[in-house]
Design a protein around this ligand. Structure first.
Ligand code: KIV
Length: 270
């Protein structure tokens, strides 16, 4: 977030994010290492160390197999690069099934990394867990709608909020999460009118992904938006860069220069 004079503000906190609702749109992006976190830090308000790490960089089919220690390792790297953006760790599948387990793992995150908050997937069913975490000084970002950790259970990635009663249930989820003390809420893969109603129904900011323009902010997975992940492009992803093409072209040039002994020239030699 920029100050009025265009100067960058200091470290963004959960409080900064809460106050952005109805004022400034929130820019969130994923990152998994210090190098890219540093590149994103100037523009992003929130950097999410998403469990999407398991798919985009781990090459796995879904997010489910990543563990808490891996998430902590990558979060520490991101925190070294992000001096300004709020850093959020995505709690892995199976790490918050009960209140006690959730708190044990969230405390492990806080003790072993400078992450400012954690994110977990689930609606009213997770409200008690969120309440227990927030009561114990853990800042929680919710995540409703399409929840990638439910992919095996639901038999695929299903868009939500198509029917009236589905929208009603999503609004109940959002309200339950807000009431439990979450500071912010990701709304993924829902019809735009549903996301708009959810956003109006709560006083905490909503961050959309595949949820239309009427949320308080947007998040995208960086390798999708910069065109590095070529296997598949969801409809909601806008490619702001043709990253894979640029890398391949540059690599081709390097390879041919090496093969033809054109690199290194004297300019690149001690
Ligand atoms: O894991 C992730 O990157 C996420 C975002 C897509 C919201 O949960």
């Amino acid at each position: 977030m920029s100050t009025q004079k265009g100067k960058k503000a200091g470290k963004i906190t959960v409080d900064t994010i809460k106050k952005m609702k109805n004022r400034t749109k929130i820019v969130m992006i994923t990152a998994y290492d210090a190098l890219f976190a540093k590149l994103f830090d100037e523009e992003a308000d929130i950097i999410l160390v998403g469990d999407s790490l398991n798919m985009v960089f781990g090459g796995r089919e879904d997010t489910l197999s990543i563990d808490i220690d891996t998430m902590i390792y990558h979060t520490n790297a991101v925190c070294r690069g992000a001096k300004r953006a709020l850093v959020v760790l995505d709690m892995p599948f199976g790490s918050y099934n009960t209140k006690k387990e959730a708190l044990k793992n969230a405390v492990k995150v806080y003790k072993n990394s400078p992450a400012q908050a954690i994110k977990l997937e689930g609606g009213k069913d997770k409200a008690e867990i969120i309440r227990y975490l927030t009561k114990n000084s853990i800042a929680v970002m919710g995540h409703i709608g399409l929840m990638p950790q439910s992919v095996r259970n639901e038999g695929g990635y299903k868009v939500k909020g198509k029917e009236e009663n589905d929208i009603k249930s999503l609004i109940e989820d959002a309200k339950a999460i807000e009431e439990a003390g979450a500071f912010c809420l990701v709304v993924e893969g829902v019809k735009p009118n549903a996301a708009k109603e959810i956003t109006k129904a709560v006083s905490i900011p909503t961050i959309g992904i595949g949820a239309g323009a009427d949320t308080d902010g947007q998040v995208l997975v960086w390798s999708d938006m910069f065109g590095f992940f070529e296997d598949f492009k969801p409809k909601f992803v806008k490619r702001y860069l043709d990253g894979a093409k640029l890398i391949k072209e540059a690599l081709k040039e390097y390879a041919s220069e090496v093969r033809e002994s054109k690199f290194p020239t004297s300019e690149y030699t001690y």
